[in-house]
Design a protein around this ligand. Structure first.
Ligand code: BTN
Length: 264
């Protein structure tokens, strides 16, 4: 049997609570999905900032209705839930990608909108969801709805088999950082993630544009969008939308429902 993982719950709490008063850290052996759990809690009015880590997810969720498969110890799966009120939400998931990539390794690339890549293969995915929470006002009466963000991240730590229907072996953090384990990756990623989310709330995506550009794996490459449009990727704008030179001119792609793949 594998040795139990030693999670850095206390040191993370100490690092983050000055930034997020009321912050708590929870490590669970198993849950359906850390995002689903924090969305349920937010909808039930539990709005305090929380980091929820699961050693195993039985129904992990990815973007665009897909699942997210992970295995004990070989993956890191966690979600950060917190009240958030940026003036403009566009680019939040890209900002998260920039922060996590920078915290983990210089050679991690970013594939719009928010996948972390290593040498053309997916290392990690990000799922950002929001809920409305009714908060209690200072007078004890219900205050207007506030937004709550749930930012879920799944990272392959050790090599894993290809997902069903594919022959591409996903990337793993140990390719770049041979001693990596899930607790060590969490310790690096979470403080950077919290700082980035708070900077995003204050300033939007603008402070992250250069960081994204430095790791943008699509820039200058021929790409095909899921609606069939083809063109050449030309970076992202100040709102995090993908720019693509197409036959019909420069197209701005902002919908997270659109997927994009580079030409082989
Ligand atoms: C994607 O690339 O499609 C996004 C994957 C996000 C996976 C993480 S794992 C932790 C959190 N809980 C979930 O159910 N999903 C996110």
């Amino acid at each position: 049997m594998a040795a139990p993982l030693r999670w850095p719950a206390e040191s993370l709490w100490e690092a983050v609570v000055p930034l997020l008063p009321g912050f708590t850290v929870e490590i669970l052996p198993e849950i359906d999905s850390t995002n689903s759990e924090l969305m349920r809690r937010a909808r039930a009015g539990q709005a305090d900032p929380v980091l929820l880590v699961a050693e195993r997810q039985t129904a992990g969720r990815g973007r665009r209705g897909r699942g997210w498969v992970s295995s004990d110890g070989d993956s890191l799966t966690f979600s950060l839930g917190l009240p958030l009120g940026p003036a403009d939400w566009s680019g939040l998931s890209l900002a998260v990608g920039v922060a996590v990539a920078q915290a983990l390794h210089p050679d991690i690339g970013l594939k719009w909108p928010n996948d972390l890549w290593v040498q053309g293969r997916k290392l990690a995915g990000i799922l950002v969801e929001t809920a409305s929470v009714v908060g209690a006002g200072a007078d004890g009466a219900g205050s207007p709805l506030r937004r709550h963000a749930v930012i879920g991240i799944g990272i392959n730590i050790a090599p894993r088999p290809p997902v069903e229907g594919s022959d591409i072996v996903p990337a793993s953090l140990r390719e770049l950082w041979p001693q990596a384990d899930a607790p060590g990756a969490l310790a690096r990623a979470v403080p950077a993630l919290v700082q980035a989310v708070l900077a995003f709330e204050r300033e939007g995506f603008a402070p992250f544009v250069a960081g994204f550009a430095a790791r943008d794996v699509l820039r200058g490459r021929d790409v095909t969008l899921s609606d069939g449009t083809t063109g050449r990727a030309a970076g992202v704008d100040r709102g995090g939308a993908l720019l693509v030179h197409t036959a019909a001119g420069l197209q701005t792609v902002s919908s997270s429902e659109v997927s994009v793949r580079p030409a082989p």
